[in-house]
Design a protein around this ligand. Structure first.
Ligand code: SF4
Ligand code: SF4
Length: 437
């Protein structure tokens, strides 16, 4: 069983990109914001402020000495009224800073564009900006840009695929922040000594392709690669293969095969930060779904409650049965809308009962569609069987740990088996040595 076939599999989904033509609106800062100290993969931040402190826009309010981390900044001016625990989407208890905002949006005096001469200066500035992977992974960007073998890395791949249904925030970034995308690519190439940038964009976004190509002009160091409109073109492994033809072996990082991958919004942010010195304090997101009154793209302040974001979109027009942070394929359902927005949220979707009707699971009919759809050539039906009997060795042989939980197998299964979910649990079983089912 090879990791890749000559042509990668995947599926055609109904893209439902209803908000493609919706220009990004700026959401006003609500009366209270709730800024979580866990907004990235790695060590949580420790609050730098206490109840009673006054804070300003862009002021650091959380940080840690740990390398794999990124500071957290205030998205509003106002008064810290509490440091509270919050239950995260993953079920962990995280600290959050609660700020009563004053409506003045006074800027922190410490804001200024960074000056960088060397790669080290650049990486230090990237960390100070608080940026993490904005495409969903939330991996601290300064760590991603500093692999051990950086001298061997020569290619930057910018992910502009945005293949998840409904989400159009990256698309709006490519249209509304085109100069920042290209300038960001040039900054990254300059400081990390890279030779070439490829920007992968799906063919169903011709306006974005045209805008980016026009901005590139005759700069041969940056090239747009038009990708087939097929889910999951934006998954890192798939994107690298589609752009360079290089398979990423299990257990390897993109840097091991000479590439660095960054989301288009992350790259655009880096350019803006080097121009303004304003750290991550707001996020461009898509709000959509048939339970939302007016679907939009908007800049929402980090720490705004989902309920406040929905209110800015006219509120619910139907009773929401399912609210998802992220896309319908890989996002996470949330159990209430009093959760705050964090850095890597790129969409909020709310659907009514009809749209989320669950169909009963039936017996596997051995049609093989799950195998045929898997972009990584995995065998979800065999994985499900091995998981059922807790056969960890078999799960390892079936390479379950490389499953990226893209959901293609679940989507195509006529028996309505929750294959991606089973894979997630099976991965956990392998990682924990078979201890937990
Ligand atoms: S969820 Fe995993 S097994 Fe299923 S299609 Fe995606 S990568 Fe393959
Ligand atoms: S797609 Fe579903 S029904 Fe078909 S082989 Fe896979 S698990 Fe069985």
């Amino acid at each position: 069983m090879g990791l890749f076939k000559k042509q990668l599999h995947g599926i055609h989904v109904d893209y439902c990109k209803n908000t493609m033509e919706c220009k990004t609106e700026i959401m006003p800062v609500p009366g209270r914001i709730y800024i979580s100290m866990v907004q990235h993969i790695g060590a949580p931040c420790i609050p730098l402020v206490a109840p009673g402190d006054l804070v300003k826009v862009g002021q650091p309010i959380g940080d840690t000495d740990a390398y794999v981390s990124a500071p957290i900044h205030s998205s509003a001016s106002g008064k810290v009224v509490a440091i509270e625990d919050i239950m995260s989407l993953l079920g962990t208890k995280d600290k959050m800073v609660v700020i009563e905002t004053d409506g003045l949006q006074t800027m922190w005096e410490g804001l200024s564009p960074p000056k960088a001469e060397t790669r080290e200066d650049f990486l230090k500035a990237v960390r100070a900006s608080g940026i993490v992977g904005l495409g969903g992974a939330a991996f601290p960007t300064h760590v991603k840009y500093n692999p051990k073998n950086i001298e061997e890395v020569k290619i930057l791949i910018i992910n502009g695929a945005e293949c998840e249904p409904y989400i159009t925030s990256d698309y709006r970034t490519m249209l509304e922040s085109t100069k920042h995308v290209i300038n960001g690519a040039r900054l990254i190439m300059k400081y990390l000594d890279l030779e070439k940038t490829y920007i992968g964009i799906e063919s169903n976004k011709p306006k974005a392709i045209a805008a980016i190509k026009e901005e590139i002009g005759d700069d041969s160091s940056i090239e747009v690669i038009t990708l087939k409109s097929q889910y999951p073109q934006g998954a890192e492994r798939v994107l690298i293969y589609e752009v360079t033809g290089r398979p990423l072996p299990p257990g390897k990082l993109p840097a091991d095969i000479g590439v660095l991958v960054s989301n288009v919004s992350t790259v655009s942010f880096i350019s803006r930060y080097f121009k303004t010195g304003m750290p991550v304090m707001r996020k461009r997101i898509t709000v959509d779904g048939n339970a939302v009154t007016t679907p939009k793209n908007l800049y929402a302040p980090i720490g705004a409650l989902i309920s406040d974001v929905i209110a800015f979109c006219g509120g619910y027009k139907k009773v929401p049965r399912k609210i998802i942070m992220g896309g319908p394929m890989m996002g996470r359902a949330i159990y209430d809308d009093k959760k705050p927005l964090i850095k890597n949220n790129n969409a909020i979707l709310a659907f009514d009962e009809l749209q989320t009707l669950e169909q009963p699971e039936t017996a596997c009919i051995r049609c093989g569609r799950c195998v045929a759809s898997c972009p990584l050539d995995l065998m979800p039906t065999y994985i499900a069987k091995a998981y059922e009997v807790e056969d960890v060795e078999e799960l390892k042989k079936l390479k379950v740990t490389i499953c990226m939980e893209c959901g293609c197998c679940t989507y195509v299964c006529p028996a309505k088996k929750q294959l991606a979910l089973i894979n997630r649990l099976a991965k956990k079983m392998v990682i924990e040595g078979g201890a937990a089912k």
